[in-house]
Design a binder for this molecule. Structure first.
Ligand code: WT7
Length: 649
């Protein structure tokens, strides 16, 4: 029996480093440590400077930050209008003809929308909402595909001070019902349908089913996109294009309080009902504009593309609010990466000359499965910075991304943050940080993070829990309707600290390595081993594209490591090869007891691996809640295989 471990073992030892090139530094917004130095001297003053530089205010704040643990207010007393910051000021500055969105539908249809176009449409739609009785403080639900109207709807809400609650278009009617009822929304904005994998998926029928149980909904606005047949209820349902037809394009932006609720966004978590995460205006906008600008090293001629859906926080912060506040030109794409073929993303990058590209590790591992021949079909030389978010990125996936997408020349920004943090918290600055594959590196200037052990003592080397020690402008202001749950969920595990729920290790050079959710940490013979490290060891085998590991009850070792592995297209490996490889990479203690090969892993609709379900499979239990699963057939197949494959010892 090994000795007691308080924290999480640090096993993976990744030594490769990637300093920014001289050519990149030459043109970078930040090529030295000046921002870090400034923020270290006075973090509130630093944020205040960002708020003054990047945001236009109607009236000044009197207090930068009011902090009554666990509640913060930022730029108190200041007023602004978020939609004015994203639109009017760019048009007023003579940039009305700058493209805001190069939108591309999945079937290949396109729209080019300038800042002037967007401002007109947002003002019209803001007037439409007013006409439907929506006023300041009223909640509006949005359930749309990835079409420009999603951004228009969000900005129109922001313009009139009506908080929006966007529900991802892939969620079921029941999820929509729960979220509408929790927010008590008055209006729902949806579409007939949208395109996905070459077919129209219906949204309005799901919306109809959902609102049958939503007494607060008075009106439904329907955008025509899919062309599928829908039922329209007279008096309640309205076509977007018909309402817009008669709407005035003049809706002056009214100043809103800095702490005006901008939106609710529901996060599911592992248990309990979804939490309505609250984000407000001035601090949030400052945080997302600042991080978008510096983390992507935003330049005037950039074409930026974030592949997230607007239904997630990444879409809110890094498609709508951050990039538009910065006046950026973006690509917005409606569909999946493999329609009509596996090279769709690379075709889009080539077509629009994308310079800054932001996607998720799960997507990168899928691209690895499809092979480097896909990106090789296209000229990707426009790319300058690559980003990732959503999960720890395995070092080998990082290297694949760097080599095959970035041509070996683009810095990678691995950005750690959460729905709750509003914006990026831990990330390299591409002109200044030497990166290490798999590490999100350091807290951004203005952010204070600390790794602690079970007793909340700072860990200076090795594994522990990631906490945030100071309030930040984009932080959640609470959980809608449940302040106690806010306190319990985020502020009770370690006194005075925000606990994110993630494991993290610090290396000798002070780099932070995210280790996954602490709920997933495995305990093998008293060693606490992170899923992320074993998965990265598996993915470092040349034949492996993706891996998920879980700890399953074991009579001898407490828990045993069970691995589910997807191979790269056309390649092979034996169970023995992989076990030996893991032992060699990170140590015998981390050798999986059993390995199953599978073409796919169970994932949430946002692409996170659902290890909880894999534990159910491994321990032979009936599956728990599967409602957040993107494709249920994947686990059924794994259950079938679990019954067949013998265990290796
Ligand atoms: C959780 C938050 C933030 C937008 C998308 C997800 C994991 C996120 C990273 C990263 C390691 C990451 C964490 C976090 N996560 N980014 N760069 N490295 N893990 O938002 O759905 O609120 O999920 O995603 O576990 O807590 P979310």
């Amino acid at each position: 029996m090994a000795d007691e471990h308080d924290t999480i073992d640090a096993l993976l030892d990744e030594q490769r480093t990637f300093p920014p090139t001289a050519a990149f530094k030459e043109q970078a917004l930040v090529a030295d440590t000046s921002l870090y130095d400034e923020a270290r001297r006075d973090d509130e003053g630093f944020w205040a400077r960002q708020a003054a530089d990047l945001v236009t205010w109607h009236s000044d704040w009197h207090t930068i930050c009011e902090w009554e643990l666990p509640f913060s207010k930022w730029f108190v007393g200041g007023t602004l209008n978020v939609s004015e910051n994203c639109l009017d000021r760019h048009v007023a500055a003579g940039r009305g003809e700058t493209v805001a969105f190069h939108w591309e539908g999945e079937p290949g249809d396109t729209r080019t929308i300038t800042y002037a176009d967007l401002l007109t449409e947002v003002q019209q739609f803001a007037n439409v909402l007013k006409g439907l009785g929506v006023g300041k403080g009223d909640r509006v639900n949005i359930y749309l595909p990835m079409i420009p109207e999603a951004a228009v709807a969000m900005l129109a809400c922001a313009r009139i001070g009506a908080p929006h609650s966007v529900v991802f278009g892939g969620f079921s009617a029941q999820s929509l019902t729960d979220r509408i009822n929790d927010a008590e929304a008055k209006v729902l904005i949806t579409a007939d349908g949208g395109y996905r994998r070459g077919e129209v998926f219906p949204l309005k029928p799901a919306a109809d089913e959902a609102i049958a149980d939503c007494p607060t909904i008075e009106h439904v606005v329907v955008v025509r996109r899919g062309g599928n047949d829908v039922d329209m209820v007279a008096g309640r349902d309205h076509w977007y294009h018909e309402l817009m037809d008669g709407a005035s394009a003049d809706c002056p932006a009214e100043p809103m309080d800095s702490e005006q609720l901008l939106f609710l966004l529901y996060t599911s978590g592992t248990t309990g009902k979804p939490k309505g995460i609250m984000h407000t205006s001035g601090g949030y906008l400052t945080h997302v504009a600042y991080t978008h600008k510096y983390v992507f090293d935003l330049q005037p001629d950039d074409v930026y593309w974030c592949t997230a859906d607007v239904g997630w926080i990444t879409g809110h912060s890094y498609i709508v609010y951050g990039p538009l506040a910065n006046g950026a030109t973006q690509v917005m794409y409606e569909g999946v990466p493999n329609y009509p073929d596996n090279d769709r993303f690379w075709a889009i990058i080539e077509k629009y000359g994308v310079t800054k590209f932001y996607t998720a590790p799960t997507a990168i591992r899928t691209f690895m499965k499809w092979g480097a021949k896909e990106p090789a079909k296209h000229d990707l030389s426009s790319l300058k910075v690559l980003g990732t978010v959503g999960e720890p990125i395995n070092p080998e996936a990082w290297i694949w991304y760097h080599t095959n997408i970035g041509g070996g020349r683009c810095p990678i920004v691995d950005t750690w943050w959460q729905t709750e943090t509003g914006g990026m918290m831990i990330s390299p600055l591409p002109g200044c940080t030497t990166t290490k594959p798999g590490s999100a590196t350091f807290p951004l200037p203005g952010v204070s993070a600390e790794v602690v052990d079970d007793e909340a003592r700072p860990v200076l080397h090795g594994g522990g829990y990631l906490t945030l020690t100071r309030p930040w402008p984009g932080m959640l202001r609470g959980i809608w309707g449940d302040p106690q749950r806010y306190q319990d969920t985020y502020w009770s595990r370690f006194e005075g600290r925000y606990f994110a729920g993630d494991g993290c290790k610090l290396d000798d050079d002070g780099y932070l390595w995210l280790l996954g959710r602490v709920d997933d940490v495995m305990n093998v013979s008293g060693h606490r081993i992170s899923t992320a490290e074993v998965e990265s060891a598996l993915v470092s085998h040349p034949s492996v594209a993706e891996a998920a590991v879980v700890g399953a009850n074991d009579d001898t070792t407490g828990q045993a490591i069970i691995a589910y592995v997807t191979l790269r297209g056309g390649l092979d490996a034996s169970i023995d090869d992989l076990r030996t490889h893991v032992a060699h990479e990170i140590g015998a203690i981390a050798k999986p007891k059993t390995i199953y090969f599978t073409p796919d892993l169970p994932k949430t609709r946002s692409g996170k691996i659902m290890r909880r379900l894999l534990r159910d499979v491994a321990e032979g239990r009936n599956l728990g809640d599967t409602t957040t699963l993107a494709d249920a057939s994947v686990v059924n197949e794994l259950q079938r295989r679990a019954a067949e494959v013998p265990t290796e010892d």
